[in-house]
Design a protein around this ligand. Structure first.
Ligand code: G6P
Length: 609
Protein backbone atom coordinates (compact mmCIF):
# COMPACT_ATOMS: atom_id res chain seq x y z
CA UNK A 1 0.00 0.00 0.00
CA UNK A 2 1.56 3.30 1.09
CA UNK A 3 1.11 6.70 -0.51
CA UNK A 4 3.78 8.82 -2.13
CA UNK A 5 3.91 12.46 -3.12
CA UNK A 6 6.64 14.71 -4.49
CA UNK A 7 7.01 18.30 -5.63
CA UNK A 8 9.45 20.57 -7.40
CA UNK A 9 8.60 24.27 -7.23
CA UNK A 10 9.92 27.78 -6.68
CA UNK A 11 8.28 27.83 -3.25
CA UNK A 12 8.62 25.82 -0.07
CA UNK A 13 7.05 22.44 -0.90
CA UNK A 14 6.80 21.07 2.65
CA UNK A 15 3.16 22.24 3.10
CA UNK A 16 2.27 20.66 -0.27
CA UNK A 17 3.88 17.37 0.76
CA UNK A 18 2.23 17.33 4.18
CA UNK A 19 -1.17 18.24 2.78
CA UNK A 20 -0.78 15.55 0.12
CA UNK A 21 0.21 12.93 2.67
CA UNK A 22 -2.83 13.74 4.79
CA UNK A 23 -5.02 13.03 1.80
CA UNK A 24 -3.13 9.82 1.06
CA UNK A 25 -3.31 8.59 4.62
CA UNK A 26 -6.11 6.20 3.66
CA UNK A 27 -3.43 4.17 1.85
CA UNK A 28 -1.46 3.53 5.02
CA UNK A 29 -1.03 5.29 8.29
CA UNK A 30 1.54 3.68 10.54
CA UNK A 31 4.36 6.14 9.91
CA UNK A 32 5.14 9.09 7.67
CA UNK A 33 8.08 11.11 6.46
CA UNK A 34 9.31 13.79 4.10
CA UNK A 35 12.73 14.66 2.67
CA UNK A 36 13.65 17.95 0.99
CA UNK A 37 16.73 19.49 -0.52
CA UNK A 38 17.88 22.24 1.77
CA UNK A 39 21.05 23.97 0.60
CA UNK A 40 23.65 21.31 0.10
CA UNK A 41 21.96 18.62 2.18
CA UNK A 42 18.97 16.32 2.19
CA UNK A 43 16.92 17.03 5.29
CA UNK A 44 14.50 14.40 6.40
CA UNK A 45 11.81 14.14 9.09
CA UNK A 46 10.13 10.84 9.86
CA UNK A 47 7.78 9.78 12.62
CA UNK A 48 5.96 6.65 13.67
CA UNK A 49 2.23 7.42 13.82
CA UNK A 50 0.05 9.72 11.82
CA UNK A 51 1.05 12.41 9.33
CA UNK A 52 0.01 15.06 11.89
CA UNK A 53 2.81 13.93 14.21
CA UNK A 54 5.35 14.13 11.43
CA UNK A 55 3.95 17.54 10.47
CA UNK A 56 4.54 18.84 14.00
CA UNK A 57 8.08 17.51 13.98
CA UNK A 58 8.75 19.13 10.59
CA UNK A 59 7.43 22.45 11.92
CA UNK A 60 9.62 22.22 15.03
CA UNK A 61 12.63 21.64 12.83
CA UNK A 62 11.55 24.44 10.44
CA UNK A 63 11.88 22.04 7.53
CA UNK A 64 11.83 23.87 4.20
CA UNK A 65 12.85 23.18 0.63
CA UNK A 66 11.78 23.63 -2.96
CA UNK A 67 12.20 19.99 -4.02
CA UNK A 68 10.94 17.15 -1.89
CA UNK A 69 9.26 13.79 -1.52
CA UNK A 70 6.92 12.36 1.10
CA UNK A 71 5.50 9.01 2.14
CA UNK A 72 2.82 7.52 4.35
CA UNK A 73 3.44 3.89 5.17
CA UNK A 74 1.55 0.65 5.68
CA UNK A 75 4.27 -1.73 6.88
CA UNK A 76 5.11 -4.79 4.81
CA UNK A 77 8.86 -5.40 5.09
CA UNK A 78 10.04 -4.48 8.57
CA UNK A 79 8.10 -3.36 11.63
CA UNK A 80 6.55 0.01 12.33
CA UNK A 81 9.67 1.91 13.40
CA UNK A 82 11.23 5.21 12.49
CA UNK A 83 14.25 3.60 10.76
CA UNK A 84 11.80 1.69 8.55
CA UNK A 85 9.79 4.81 7.70
CA UNK A 86 10.41 6.45 4.31
CA UNK A 87 12.10 8.38 2.77
CA UNK A 88 15.18 6.15 2.72
CA UNK A 89 18.49 7.86 2.14
CA UNK A 90 21.76 6.52 0.75
CA UNK A 91 24.98 8.17 1.92
CA UNK A 92 23.11 11.42 2.47
CA UNK A 93 22.96 11.85 -1.30
CA UNK A 94 19.90 10.04 -2.62
CA UNK A 95 16.44 9.97 -1.02
CA UNK A 96 13.69 7.59 -2.14
CA UNK A 97 10.01 7.03 -1.39
CA UNK A 98 8.41 3.83 -2.59
CA UNK A 99 4.99 2.21 -2.78
CA UNK A 100 4.94 -1.50 -3.63
CA UNK A 101 7.06 -4.54 -2.98
CA UNK A 102 10.48 -5.32 -4.41
CA UNK A 103 10.54 -9.08 -4.82
CA UNK A 104 14.28 -9.44 -5.44
CA UNK A 105 15.26 -7.20 -2.53
CA UNK A 106 17.18 -9.94 -0.70
CA UNK A 107 19.37 -10.68 -3.68
CA UNK A 108 19.94 -6.95 -4.27
CA UNK A 109 20.69 -6.41 -0.59
CA UNK A 110 23.44 -9.07 -0.65
CA UNK A 111 24.89 -7.60 -3.80
CA UNK A 112 24.87 -4.07 -2.36
CA UNK A 113 26.40 -5.23 0.91
CA UNK A 114 29.20 -6.69 -1.18
CA UNK A 115 29.65 -3.25 -2.71
CA UNK A 116 30.04 -1.72 0.76
CA UNK A 117 26.52 -0.50 1.46
CA UNK A 118 25.29 -0.72 5.04
CA UNK A 119 21.57 -1.09 5.72
CA UNK A 120 19.75 0.86 8.41
CA UNK A 121 16.27 -0.57 7.90
CA UNK A 122 14.57 -3.89 7.26
CA UNK A 123 12.70 -2.49 4.28
CA UNK A 124 12.87 -3.61 0.70
CA UNK A 125 12.93 0.08 -0.27
CA UNK A 126 16.38 0.77 1.08
CA UNK A 127 17.88 -1.33 -1.72
CA UNK A 128 16.40 1.14 -4.22
CA UNK A 129 18.11 4.08 -2.52
CA UNK A 130 21.48 2.30 -2.51
CA UNK A 131 21.12 0.96 -6.03
CA UNK A 132 20.34 4.43 -7.40
CA UNK A 133 23.26 5.80 -5.40
CA UNK A 134 25.53 3.10 -6.78
CA UNK A 135 24.88 4.13 -10.37
CA UNK A 136 24.73 7.83 -9.59
CA UNK A 137 28.12 7.95 -7.91
CA UNK A 138 29.53 5.92 -10.82
CA UNK A 139 28.70 8.84 -13.13
CA UNK A 140 25.14 8.27 -14.36
CA UNK A 141 22.73 11.20 -14.39
CA UNK A 142 20.04 10.90 -11.73
CA UNK A 143 17.55 9.94 -14.42
CA UNK A 144 19.83 7.23 -15.84
CA UNK A 145 20.67 5.95 -12.38
CA UNK A 146 16.95 5.56 -11.57
CA UNK A 147 16.40 3.96 -14.97
CA UNK A 148 19.16 1.39 -14.51
CA UNK A 149 18.19 0.68 -10.93
CA UNK A 150 14.52 0.25 -11.69
CA UNK A 151 15.20 -2.07 -14.62
CA UNK A 152 17.00 -4.33 -12.13
CA UNK A 153 14.09 -4.48 -9.72
CA UNK A 154 11.41 -7.11 -9.90
CA UNK A 155 8.07 -6.68 -8.20
CA UNK A 156 5.90 -3.62 -7.97
CA UNK A 157 6.89 -0.05 -7.40
CA UNK A 158 6.01 3.57 -7.69
CA UNK A 159 9.01 5.63 -6.62
CA UNK A 160 10.06 9.23 -6.22
CA UNK A 161 13.76 10.12 -6.03
CA UNK A 162 15.76 13.26 -5.28
CA UNK A 163 19.52 13.77 -5.15
CA UNK A 164 21.44 16.18 -2.99
CA UNK A 165 23.21 17.97 -5.82
CA UNK A 166 20.26 17.99 -8.23
CA UNK A 167 18.07 20.86 -6.98
CA UNK A 168 16.41 21.12 -10.39
CA UNK A 169 14.95 17.66 -10.75
CA UNK A 170 12.70 15.05 -9.28
CA UNK A 171 12.72 11.59 -10.84
CA UNK A 172 9.98 8.98 -10.66
CA UNK A 173 9.23 5.51 -11.97
CA UNK A 174 6.25 3.24 -12.04
CA UNK A 175 5.67 -0.50 -12.36
CA UNK A 176 2.58 -2.17 -10.96
CA UNK A 177 1.61 0.61 -8.53
CA UNK A 178 -0.28 3.79 -9.33
CA UNK A 179 1.63 7.00 -10.00
CA UNK A 180 0.69 10.22 -11.70
CA UNK A 181 2.42 13.45 -12.56
CA UNK A 182 0.67 16.73 -11.78
CA UNK A 183 1.38 19.68 -14.07
CA UNK A 184 1.44 23.05 -12.35
CA UNK A 185 2.51 26.51 -13.38
CA UNK A 186 6.28 26.63 -12.91
CA UNK A 187 5.97 23.64 -10.58
CA UNK A 188 5.30 19.95 -11.01
CA UNK A 189 4.28 17.07 -8.78
CA UNK A 190 4.06 13.33 -8.43
CA UNK A 191 1.47 11.44 -6.39
CA UNK A 192 -0.11 8.04 -5.86
CA UNK A 193 -3.49 9.58 -6.48
CA UNK A 194 -4.87 12.88 -7.61
CA UNK A 195 -6.38 13.76 -4.23
CA UNK A 196 -2.85 14.43 -2.94
CA UNK A 197 -2.19 17.31 -5.32
CA UNK A 198 -5.61 18.58 -6.30
CA UNK A 199 -5.20 21.77 -4.28
CA UNK A 200 -2.13 22.56 -6.44
CA UNK A 201 -3.25 21.33 -9.88
CA UNK A 202 -5.93 19.33 -11.67
CA UNK A 203 -3.88 18.65 -14.80
CA UNK A 204 -2.47 15.15 -14.52
CA UNK A 205 -0.67 12.50 -16.54
CA UNK A 206 -1.21 8.89 -15.48
CA UNK A 207 2.06 7.02 -15.88
CA UNK A 208 2.00 3.68 -17.67
CA UNK A 209 3.71 0.48 -16.57
CA UNK A 210 7.48 0.84 -16.89
CA UNK A 211 7.42 4.62 -17.37
CA UNK A 212 10.23 6.71 -15.92
CA UNK A 213 9.79 10.45 -15.50
CA UNK A 214 12.05 13.44 -14.96
CA UNK A 215 10.34 16.51 -13.56
CA UNK A 216 11.82 19.99 -13.53
CA UNK A 217 9.95 23.15 -12.54
CA UNK A 218 9.08 23.80 -16.18
CA UNK A 219 8.62 20.44 -17.73
CA UNK A 220 8.29 16.69 -17.64
CA UNK A 221 10.17 14.11 -19.74
CA UNK A 222 8.97 10.53 -19.88
CA UNK A 223 10.51 7.31 -21.15
CA UNK A 224 8.40 4.22 -21.69
CA UNK A 225 9.31 0.68 -20.69
CA UNK A 226 11.38 0.26 -23.86
CA UNK A 227 13.32 3.44 -23.03
CA UNK A 228 11.61 5.35 -25.83
CA UNK A 229 10.41 8.94 -25.26
CA UNK A 230 6.73 8.78 -24.33
CA UNK A 231 3.87 11.23 -24.76
CA UNK A 232 0.96 10.61 -22.41
CA UNK A 233 -2.40 12.36 -22.51
CA UNK A 234 -3.05 15.14 -20.03
CA UNK A 235 -6.29 14.69 -18.10
CA UNK A 236 -8.13 17.34 -16.16
CA UNK A 237 -9.31 15.76 -12.93
CA UNK A 238 -12.86 16.42 -11.84
CA UNK A 239 -12.24 15.37 -8.22
CA UNK A 240 -13.80 18.11 -6.10
CA UNK A 241 -12.05 19.44 -3.03
CA UNK A 242 -15.34 19.22 -1.11
CA UNK A 243 -15.40 15.48 -1.72
CA UNK A 244 -12.06 15.22 0.04
CA UNK A 245 -13.08 17.31 3.07
CA UNK A 246 -15.12 16.24 6.08
CA UNK A 247 -17.50 19.19 5.98
CA UNK A 248 -20.00 19.00 8.84
CA UNK A 249 -19.28 15.32 9.54
CA UNK A 250 -17.10 13.79 12.26
CA UNK A 251 -15.75 10.98 10.11
CA UNK A 252 -15.43 10.17 6.43
CA UNK A 253 -17.32 6.94 7.01
CA UNK A 254 -20.24 8.90 8.43
CA UNK A 255 -20.07 11.34 5.52
CA UNK A 256 -19.90 8.53 2.99
CA UNK A 257 -22.82 6.64 4.55
CA UNK A 258 -24.91 9.80 4.29
CA UNK A 259 -23.78 10.50 0.73
CA UNK A 260 -25.35 7.27 -0.50
CA UNK A 261 -28.62 8.69 -1.84
CA UNK A 262 -26.57 11.06 -4.03
CA UNK A 263 -23.96 8.45 -4.98
CA UNK A 264 -26.69 6.01 -5.94
CA UNK A 265 -28.65 8.58 -7.85
CA UNK A 266 -25.52 9.63 -9.80
CA UNK A 267 -24.78 6.00 -10.62
CA UNK A 268 -28.40 5.33 -11.58
CA UNK A 269 -28.16 8.34 -13.94
CA UNK A 270 -25.51 6.40 -15.86
CA UNK A 271 -27.92 3.48 -16.17
CA UNK A 272 -30.70 5.78 -17.30
CA UNK A 273 -28.47 7.41 -19.90
CA UNK A 274 -27.99 4.09 -21.70
CA UNK A 275 -30.90 2.01 -20.42
CA UNK A 276 -30.32 -1.69 -19.82
CA UNK A 277 -28.32 -1.95 -23.02
CA UNK A 278 -24.84 -3.34 -23.66
CA UNK A 279 -23.37 0.15 -24.32
CA UNK A 280 -23.73 0.79 -20.59
CA UNK A 281 -20.64 -1.40 -20.20
CA UNK A 282 -18.54 0.18 -22.93
CA UNK A 283 -18.22 0.29 -26.68
CA UNK A 284 -17.25 -3.36 -27.09
CA UNK A 285 -20.06 -4.72 -24.93
CA UNK A 286 -22.43 -5.05 -27.88
CA UNK A 287 -20.02 -7.52 -29.47
CA UNK A 288 -19.02 -9.32 -26.23
CA UNK A 289 -22.18 -9.75 -24.16
CA UNK A 290 -24.22 -11.79 -26.69
CA UNK A 291 -21.46 -14.43 -26.80
CA UNK A 292 -21.09 -15.03 -23.12
CA UNK A 293 -22.08 -18.30 -21.49
CA UNK A 294 -21.60 -17.33 -17.87
CA UNK A 295 -20.13 -14.79 -15.49
CA UNK A 296 -17.10 -15.28 -13.29
CA UNK A 297 -16.83 -12.64 -10.57
CA UNK A 298 -13.48 -11.99 -8.86
CA UNK A 299 -13.09 -9.53 -5.99
CA UNK A 300 -11.87 -8.97 -2.42
CA UNK A 301 -13.41 -7.75 0.83
CA UNK A 302 -16.62 -5.78 0.57
CA UNK A 303 -16.46 -5.91 -3.22
CA UNK A 304 -16.59 -9.70 -2.97
CA UNK A 305 -19.85 -9.41 -1.05
CA UNK A 306 -21.22 -7.20 -3.82
CA UNK A 307 -20.33 -10.11 -6.11
CA UNK A 308 -22.18 -12.60 -3.92
CA UNK A 309 -25.28 -10.44 -4.11
CA UNK A 310 -24.91 -10.18 -7.89
CA UNK A 311 -24.91 -13.95 -8.23
CA UNK A 312 -28.52 -14.04 -7.05
CA UNK A 313 -29.51 -11.32 -9.51
CA UNK A 314 -27.58 -12.68 -12.49
CA UNK A 315 -28.86 -16.21 -12.09
CA UNK A 316 -32.44 -15.23 -11.23
CA UNK A 317 -33.02 -12.28 -13.54
CA UNK A 318 -30.80 -13.24 -16.48
CA UNK A 319 -30.74 -17.02 -16.14
CA UNK A 320 -26.97 -16.91 -16.62
CA UNK A 321 -24.66 -19.01 -14.49
CA UNK A 322 -22.52 -16.91 -12.18
CA UNK A 323 -19.55 -18.02 -10.06
CA UNK A 324 -18.09 -15.70 -7.46
CA UNK A 325 -14.62 -16.16 -6.10
CA UNK A 326 -12.23 -14.40 -3.74
CA UNK A 327 -9.49 -13.06 -6.00
CA UNK A 328 -6.60 -14.09 -3.76
CA UNK A 329 -7.79 -17.71 -3.79
CA UNK A 330 -8.57 -17.91 -7.48
CA UNK A 331 -5.19 -16.65 -8.60
CA UNK A 332 -3.37 -19.58 -6.99
CA UNK A 333 -5.47 -22.54 -8.02
CA UNK A 334 -5.78 -24.55 -11.20
CA UNK A 335 -9.09 -23.07 -12.10
CA UNK A 336 -11.36 -24.32 -14.84
CA UNK A 337 -11.86 -21.68 -17.46
CA UNK A 338 -14.56 -21.33 -20.06
CA UNK A 339 -13.30 -18.62 -22.42
CA UNK A 340 -16.89 -17.51 -22.92
CA UNK A 341 -17.45 -16.67 -19.27
CA UNK A 342 -17.23 -12.94 -18.72
CA UNK A 343 -14.60 -12.30 -16.05
CA UNK A 344 -16.08 -9.55 -13.92
CA UNK A 345 -13.84 -7.87 -11.39
CA UNK A 346 -15.31 -5.62 -8.74
CA UNK A 347 -12.99 -3.13 -7.09
CA UNK A 348 -13.63 0.25 -5.54
CA UNK A 349 -10.03 1.36 -5.98
CA UNK A 350 -9.25 -0.44 -9.22
CA UNK A 351 -5.81 -1.26 -7.90
CA UNK A 352 -6.23 -4.12 -5.41
CA UNK A 353 -3.29 -6.34 -6.25
CA UNK A 354 -5.03 -9.68 -5.68
CA UNK A 355 -7.90 -8.66 -7.96
CA UNK A 356 -5.54 -7.36 -10.63
CA UNK A 357 -3.48 -10.55 -10.53
CA UNK A 358 -6.62 -12.69 -10.59
CA UNK A 359 -7.68 -10.84 -13.73
CA UNK A 360 -4.31 -11.46 -15.38
CA UNK A 361 -4.49 -15.12 -14.39
CA UNK A 362 -8.01 -15.45 -15.83
CA UNK A 363 -6.70 -14.07 -19.11
CA UNK A 364 -3.80 -16.56 -19.03
CA UNK A 365 -6.31 -19.35 -18.52
CA UNK A 366 -8.06 -18.31 -21.71
CA UNK A 367 -10.89 -16.01 -20.64
CA UNK A 368 -11.41 -13.67 -23.55
CA UNK A 369 -13.23 -10.75 -22.04
CA UNK A 370 -13.24 -8.90 -18.75
CA UNK A 371 -15.62 -6.38 -17.28
CA UNK A 372 -14.48 -4.07 -14.50
CA UNK A 373 -16.94 -2.56 -12.03
CA UNK A 374 -14.86 0.22 -10.53
CA UNK A 375 -15.07 3.60 -8.85
CA UNK A 376 -11.73 5.07 -9.94
CA UNK A 377 -11.17 6.15 -13.52
CA UNK A 378 -7.69 5.56 -14.93
CA UNK A 379 -6.94 2.90 -12.34
CA UNK A 380 -5.19 -0.32 -13.33
CA UNK A 381 -8.03 -2.84 -13.34
CA UNK A 382 -10.45 -1.01 -15.67
CA UNK A 383 -7.53 -0.22 -17.94
CA UNK A 384 -6.83 -3.94 -18.24
CA UNK A 385 -10.48 -4.75 -18.98
CA UNK A 386 -12.37 -4.63 -22.27
CA UNK A 387 -15.64 -3.59 -20.63
CA UNK A 388 -16.15 -1.12 -17.81
CA UNK A 389 -18.89 0.20 -15.60
CA UNK A 390 -17.76 3.15 -13.52
CA UNK A 391 -19.73 3.66 -10.35
CA UNK A 392 -20.23 7.32 -9.51
CA UNK A 393 -19.72 7.17 -5.78
CA UNK A 394 -17.15 9.98 -5.69
CA UNK A 395 -14.00 9.70 -3.60
CA UNK A 396 -14.34 7.15 -0.79
CA UNK A 397 -11.85 7.83 1.96
CA UNK A 398 -12.99 5.85 5.01
CA UNK A 399 -11.21 2.50 5.01
CA UNK A 400 -14.50 0.65 5.48
CA UNK A 401 -16.25 0.74 2.13
CA UNK A 402 -19.85 2.02 2.16
CA UNK A 403 -21.04 4.08 -0.81
CA UNK A 404 -18.69 2.23 -3.14
CA UNK A 405 -20.43 -1.02 -2.15
CA UNK A 406 -23.99 0.15 -2.73
CA UNK A 407 -23.10 1.75 -6.05
CA UNK A 408 -21.33 -1.45 -7.12
CA UNK A 409 -24.63 -3.21 -6.45
CA UNK A 410 -26.36 -0.84 -8.87
CA UNK A 411 -23.82 -1.64 -11.60
CA UNK A 412 -24.19 -5.36 -11.01
CA UNK A 413 -27.97 -5.17 -10.95
CA UNK A 414 -27.83 -3.33 -14.28
CA UNK A 415 -25.62 -6.11 -15.65
CA UNK A 416 -28.14 -8.74 -14.57
CA UNK A 417 -31.06 -6.91 -16.16
CA UNK A 418 -29.11 -6.16 -19.33
CA UNK A 419 -28.14 -9.82 -19.73
CA UNK A 420 -31.71 -10.84 -18.97
CA UNK A 421 -33.02 -8.47 -21.60
CA UNK A 422 -30.55 -9.71 -24.22
CA UNK A 423 -31.60 -13.29 -23.54
CA UNK A 424 -35.30 -12.59 -23.68
CA UNK A 425 -35.76 -13.19 -19.95
CA UNK A 426 -36.65 -9.59 -19.16
CA UNK A 427 -39.73 -8.25 -20.93
CA UNK A 428 -40.30 -4.59 -21.74
CA UNK A 429 -42.65 -4.43 -18.74
CA UNK A 430 -40.00 -6.00 -16.47
CA UNK A 431 -37.45 -3.55 -17.77
CA UNK A 432 -39.70 -0.58 -17.02
CA UNK A 433 -40.38 -1.94 -13.53
CA UNK A 434 -36.68 -2.47 -12.78
CA UNK A 435 -35.89 1.04 -13.93
CA UNK A 436 -38.66 2.38 -11.76
CA UNK A 437 -37.35 0.43 -8.77
CA UNK A 438 -33.89 1.83 -9.39
CA UNK A 439 -35.28 5.37 -9.51
CA UNK A 440 -36.93 4.90 -6.13
CA UNK A 441 -33.82 3.42 -4.57
CA UNK A 442 -32.15 6.68 -3.38
CA UNK A 443 -35.39 7.62 -1.60
CA UNK A 444 -35.60 4.26 0.17
CA UNK A 445 -31.96 4.58 1.16
CA UNK A 446 -32.74 8.02 2.60
CA UNK A 447 -35.52 6.43 4.66
CA UNK A 448 -33.06 3.87 5.95
CA UNK A 449 -30.65 6.68 6.90
CA UNK A 450 -33.43 8.26 8.94
CA UNK A 451 -33.33 5.21 11.22
CA UNK A 452 -30.02 6.39 12.64
CA UNK A 453 -31.31 7.41 16.13
CA UNK A 454 -32.78 3.95 16.68
CA UNK A 455 -29.62 2.24 15.46
CA UNK A 456 -27.52 4.44 17.73
CA UNK A 457 -29.57 3.22 20.70
CA UNK A 458 -28.75 -0.38 19.72
CA UNK A 459 -25.09 0.44 19.35
CA UNK A 460 -24.71 1.09 23.07
CA UNK A 461 -25.84 -2.46 23.78
CA UNK A 462 -23.34 -3.89 21.28
CA UNK A 463 -20.43 -1.83 22.51
CA UNK A 464 -20.04 -3.96 25.63
CA UNK A 465 -20.09 -7.28 23.75
CA UNK A 466 -17.15 -9.34 22.52
CA UNK A 467 -18.97 -11.24 19.77
CA UNK A 468 -21.89 -10.87 17.42
CA UNK A 469 -23.62 -13.08 14.91
CA UNK A 470 -25.28 -11.85 11.71
CA UNK A 471 -27.92 -13.89 9.92
CA UNK A 472 -29.57 -13.49 6.54
CA UNK A 473 -30.94 -15.69 3.82
CA UNK A 474 -30.89 -15.63 0.05
CA UNK A 475 -30.25 -12.17 -1.35
CA UNK A 476 -29.66 -10.85 2.15
CA UNK A 477 -27.02 -13.34 3.24
CA UNK A 478 -24.27 -11.22 1.60
CA UNK A 479 -25.61 -8.23 3.55
CA UNK A 480 -25.23 -10.23 6.76
CA UNK A 481 -21.63 -10.95 5.70
CA UNK A 482 -21.08 -7.27 4.99
CA UNK A 483 -22.59 -6.30 8.37
CA UNK A 484 -20.23 -8.67 10.19
CA UNK A 485 -17.23 -7.41 8.22
CA UNK A 486 -18.08 -3.78 8.92
CA UNK A 487 -18.51 -4.44 12.63
CA UNK A 488 -15.25 -6.36 13.02
CA UNK A 489 -13.10 -4.02 10.96
CA UNK A 490 -14.04 -0.80 12.70
CA UNK A 491 -15.23 -1.78 16.19
CA UNK A 492 -12.91 -4.81 16.63
CA UNK A 493 -15.83 -6.90 17.90
CA UNK A 494 -15.56 -10.45 16.63
CA UNK A 495 -18.47 -10.94 14.27
CA UNK A 496 -19.51 -13.76 11.97
CA UNK A 497 -22.26 -14.14 9.45
CA UNK A 498 -24.22 -17.23 8.52
CA UNK A 499 -27.06 -18.05 6.20
CA UNK A 500 -29.79 -18.38 8.83
CA UNK A 501 -30.59 -21.95 7.78
CA UNK A 502 -27.05 -23.00 8.61
CA UNK A 503 -27.37 -21.94 12.25
CA UNK A 504 -28.32 -25.38 13.46
CA UNK A 505 -25.20 -26.90 11.87
CA UNK A 506 -22.78 -25.27 14.28
CA UNK A 507 -23.07 -21.61 15.22
CA UNK A 508 -26.15 -22.21 17.37
CA UNK A 509 -23.72 -23.68 19.91
CA UNK A 510 -22.35 -20.16 20.41
CA UNK A 511 -25.68 -18.56 21.19
CA UNK A 512 -26.34 -17.43 24.75
CA UNK A 513 -27.41 -14.20 26.44
CA UNK A 514 -24.03 -12.61 25.64
CA UNK A 515 -24.33 -13.18 21.91
CA UNK A 516 -26.30 -10.48 20.11
CA UNK A 517 -27.74 -11.87 16.90
CA UNK A 518 -28.47 -9.43 14.09
CA UNK A 519 -31.00 -10.66 11.57
CA UNK A 520 -31.66 -9.19 8.15
CA UNK A 521 -35.30 -10.09 7.68
CA UNK A 522 -37.17 -8.17 4.99
CA UNK A 523 -40.40 -9.45 3.56
CA UNK A 524 -39.02 -11.74 0.89
CA UNK A 525 -39.83 -15.33 0.04
CA UNK A 526 -37.58 -16.67 2.80
CA UNK A 527 -39.07 -14.59 5.60
CA UNK A 528 -41.02 -17.43 7.23
CA UNK A 529 -37.86 -19.57 7.24
CA UNK A 530 -35.93 -16.75 8.86
CA UNK A 531 -38.62 -16.41 11.52
CA UNK A 532 -38.16 -20.08 12.44
CA UNK A 533 -34.40 -19.58 12.64
CA UNK A 534 -34.99 -16.65 14.97
CA UNK A 535 -37.03 -18.80 17.28
CA UNK A 536 -34.12 -21.23 17.49
CA UNK A 537 -31.99 -18.34 18.73
CA UNK A 538 -34.55 -17.02 21.17
CA UNK A 539 -35.08 -20.47 22.66
CA UNK A 540 -31.38 -20.49 23.61
CA UNK A 541 -31.50 -17.10 25.31
CA UNK A 542 -29.94 -15.18 22.39
CA UNK A 543 -30.94 -11.52 22.03
CA UNK A 544 -32.24 -10.70 18.56
CA UNK A 545 -31.73 -7.42 16.73
CA UNK A 546 -33.89 -7.56 13.63
CA UNK A 547 -33.72 -5.30 10.57
CA UNK A 548 -37.05 -5.74 8.87
CA UNK A 549 -39.38 -3.76 6.66
CA UNK A 550 -42.95 -2.72 7.35
CA UNK A 551 -44.27 -5.69 5.41
CA UNK A 552 -42.36 -8.22 7.53
CA UNK A 553 -44.89 -7.77 10.36
CA UNK A 554 -42.54 -8.15 13.26
CA UNK A 555 -43.33 -6.92 16.70
CA UNK A 556 -40.93 -6.30 19.53
CA UNK A 557 -41.00 -8.69 22.45
CA UNK A 558 -38.73 -9.67 25.28
CA UNK A 559 -35.26 -10.14 23.80
CA UNK A 560 -36.43 -9.25 20.29
CA UNK A 561 -35.64 -5.71 19.09
CA UNK A 562 -36.90 -4.59 15.71
CA UNK A 563 -36.01 -1.70 13.40
CA UNK A 564 -38.12 -1.33 10.29
CA UNK A 565 -37.46 0.28 6.96
CA UNK A 566 -40.70 1.77 5.58
CA UNK A 567 -41.50 -0.69 2.83
CA UNK A 568 -40.11 -3.67 1.02
CA UNK A 569 -38.34 -2.66 -2.18
CA UNK A 570 -38.23 -6.00 -3.97
CA UNK A 571 -35.04 -7.34 -5.52
CA UNK A 572 -33.11 -4.16 -4.66
CA UNK A 573 -33.74 -4.71 -0.96
CA UNK A 574 -30.08 -5.69 -0.25
CA UNK A 575 -29.03 -2.13 -1.17
CA UNK A 576 -31.45 -0.66 1.37
CA UNK A 577 -30.50 -3.18 4.06
CA UNK A 578 -26.80 -2.43 3.65
CA UNK A 579 -27.43 0.99 5.22
CA UNK A 580 -28.50 -0.05 8.75
CA UNK A 581 -25.62 -2.53 9.11
CA UNK A 582 -23.16 0.19 8.08
CA UNK A 583 -24.67 2.59 10.61
CA UNK A 584 -24.68 -0.05 13.34
CA UNK A 585 -20.94 -0.69 12.85
CA UNK A 586 -20.26 3.05 12.77
CA UNK A 587 -22.08 3.78 16.02
CA UNK A 588 -20.65 0.76 17.82
CA UNK A 589 -17.17 1.90 16.82
CA UNK A 590 -17.95 5.41 18.08
CA UNK A 591 -19.19 4.00 21.39
CA UNK A 592 -15.99 1.95 21.72
CA UNK A 593 -13.80 4.90 20.79
CA UNK A 594 -11.94 3.25 17.92
CA UNK A 595 -10.44 5.10 14.99
CA UNK A 596 -13.39 4.75 12.63
CA UNK A 597 -11.78 5.95 9.41
CA UNK A 598 -8.42 4.32 9.98
CA UNK A 599 -8.96 1.06 11.83
CA UNK A 600 -5.87 -0.61 13.20
CA UNK A 601 -3.78 -2.75 10.86
CA UNK A 602 -5.91 -2.00 7.79
CA UNK A 603 -5.65 0.24 4.76
CA UNK A 604 -8.05 1.19 2.04
CA UNK A 605 -6.03 0.40 -0.98
CA UNK A 606 -4.36 -2.98 -0.75
CA UNK A 607 -1.63 -3.16 -3.35
CA UNK A 608 0.22 -6.02 -1.67
CA UNK A 609 -0.57 -9.73 -1.53
C1 G6P B 1 -9.59 -3.25 1.56
C2 G6P B 1 -10.61 -2.22 2.02
C3 G6P B 1 -12.01 -2.77 1.83
C4 G6P B 1 -12.22 -3.20 0.39
C5 G6P B 1 -11.14 -4.20 -0.06
C6 G6P B 1 -11.20 -4.43 -1.56
O1 G6P B 1 -9.59 -4.35 2.41
O2 G6P B 1 -10.41 -1.90 3.38
O3 G6P B 1 -12.96 -1.76 2.16
O4 G6P B 1 -13.47 -3.80 0.27
O5 G6P B 1 -9.85 -3.66 0.23
O6 G6P B 1 -10.87 -3.22 -2.19
P1 G6P B 1 -11.29 -2.81 -3.65
O7 G6P B 1 -10.69 -1.44 -3.84
O8 G6P B 1 -10.71 -3.81 -4.58
O9 G6P B 1 -12.77 -2.78 -3.69
Amino acid sequence: MCGIVGAIAARNVVPVLVDGLKRLEYRGYDSAGVAVLAGDAIRRVRRVGRVAEMENAAAEESLQGQVGIGHTRWATHGGVTEPNAHPHVSFGKIAVVHNGIIENHEEQRERLKGLGYAFESQTDTEVIAHLVHHYYQAGDSLFDAVKRASRELTGAYAIGVIAVDRPDELVCARMGCPLLVGLGDGENFIASDVSAIVSATRRVIFLEEGDIGRLTRDGVELLDKDDQPAQRPVHVSDVSLASLELGPYSHFMQKEIHEQPKALSDTIDAVQDYGFNPELFGERAGEVLPKLEGVKILACGTSYYAGLTAKYWIETIAGVQCDVEIASEYRYRSAWANPNYLVTTISQSGETLDTMEALKYAKELGHRYALSICNVRESAIPRASELVFFTRAGAEIGVASTKAFTTQLVGLFALAVTLGKMRGKVSAADEARYLDELRHLPGSVQHALNLEPQIKAWADKFAAKDNALFLGRGLHFPIALEGALKLKEISYIHAEAYPAGELKHGPLALVDEDMPVVVIAPNDTLLEKVKSNMQEVRARGGELFVFADLDSHFSESDGVHVIRTPRHVGVLSPVVHAIPVQMLAYHVALARGTDVDKPRNLAKSVTVE
